[in-house]
Write a protein that binds this ligand. Structure first.
Ligand SMILES: Nc1ncnc2c1ncn2[C@@H]1O[C@H](COP(=O)(O)OP(=O)(O)OP(=O)(O)O)[C@@H](O)[C@H]1O
Ligand SMILES: [Mg+2]
Length: 258
């Protein structure tokens, strides 16, 4: 089972969109995919039409005693092969609990280890903050995907995210390969082109050689979550398909090397 964390400490860079789009693309290739919403803002959960009130069962229950199981929390999406686990707004309180309860950083990892069989891939949509939920995701993931908006300020966020990943990698027993996914690319702007060039220069083989373009069809996450077919229309979804080819190739290379 693949476990991919989709994370960036910067907000609004396309994490939730990339989680949905890559999830849909994996399903289109015959995989059974579980998306986990780790963001207390619950954008992914809302995209699937689940309201915040009453609070749904979800990620917070993985931290209960005894913890819930991912299989018990997974809800089927309207798209066959796709399921999701909700985030609750009360997840925001988790950061405050963490100081007094050591060990909370591995709850998700343990839940994923116990979760065998039902899914081929688990994608973790992270909040834009370096807190307990992101640490849980980085501890659980076998790969980190960092969506990075093609605009100059995004480079600072990316450097911070890479430092965090390196820190987590040192404290766990296995490598955490980082794959950078340039997003929200507007090739008509100089800032967009320059940033993409800088990304490719600075991060070389860790960055995808292409970019996900801005595409108004992707500005509605509800459609991405619920529409029966998202296939080839527009420019961004085919780009996500190519990005997935790269991610799967990279994963195969790493598995061969292991
Ligand atoms: N390729 C794209 N083309 C057009 N709009 C996009 C594209 N990717 C993302 N968006 C839009 O940009 C906004 C931010 O995207 P998204 O919510 O995926 O980012 P995020 O990193 O998850 O944000 P947050 O940090 O708040 O969780 C959303 O309105 C989304 O619909
Ligand atoms: Mg998000």
């Amino acid at each position: 089972m693949r476990v991919w964390a989709i994370a960036n400490q910067k907000g609004g860079v396309g994490k939730t969109t990339s989680t949905l789009a890559l999830g849909r693309m994996l399903v289109a290739r015959g995989m059974r995919v579980l998306l986990v919403d780790l963001d207390p803002h619950a954008s992914l959960t809302r995209a699937f039409g689940v309201p915040g009130d009453p609070q749904p069962a979800g990620v917070l229950d993985l931290f209960a005693s005894p913890p819930a199981t991912l299989a018990g929390l997974a809800r089927p999406a309207p798209v066959e092969g796709l399921a999701f686990v909700c985030a609750q707004t009360a997840l925001a309180t988790l950061e405050r609990r963490s100081a007094s309860q050591p060990g909370l950083g591995l709850q998700l990892s343990q839940a994923i280890t116990r979760h065998s069989g039902d899914h081929d891939a688990v994608l973790l949509d992270c909040p834009p903050t370096l807190g307990l939920l992101m640490v849980n995701a980085l501890a659980a993931a076998d790969r980190l995907i960092v969506p990075t908006q093609c605009e100059p300020l995004a480079l600072h966020g990316l450097a911070g995210m890479c430092r965090t990943a390196a820190m987590v990698e040192r404290s766990r027993q296995r490598p955490l390969p980082v794959s950078i996914l340039p997003t929200l690319y507007d090739r008509r702007t100089r800032a967009g082109r320059d940033t993409l060039h800088r990304l490719q220069q600075d991060y070389r083989d860790r960055v995808w050689s292409d970019a996900i373009p801005i595409d108004t069809q992707l500005s509605n996450a509800d459609l991405l979550a619920q529409q029966p077919a998202v296939g080839d229309s527009g420019r961004a979804m085919p780009a996500y398909g190519r990005a997935l080819d790269w991610l799967l190739d990279e994963a195969a290379t790493l598995e061969d090397a292991a």
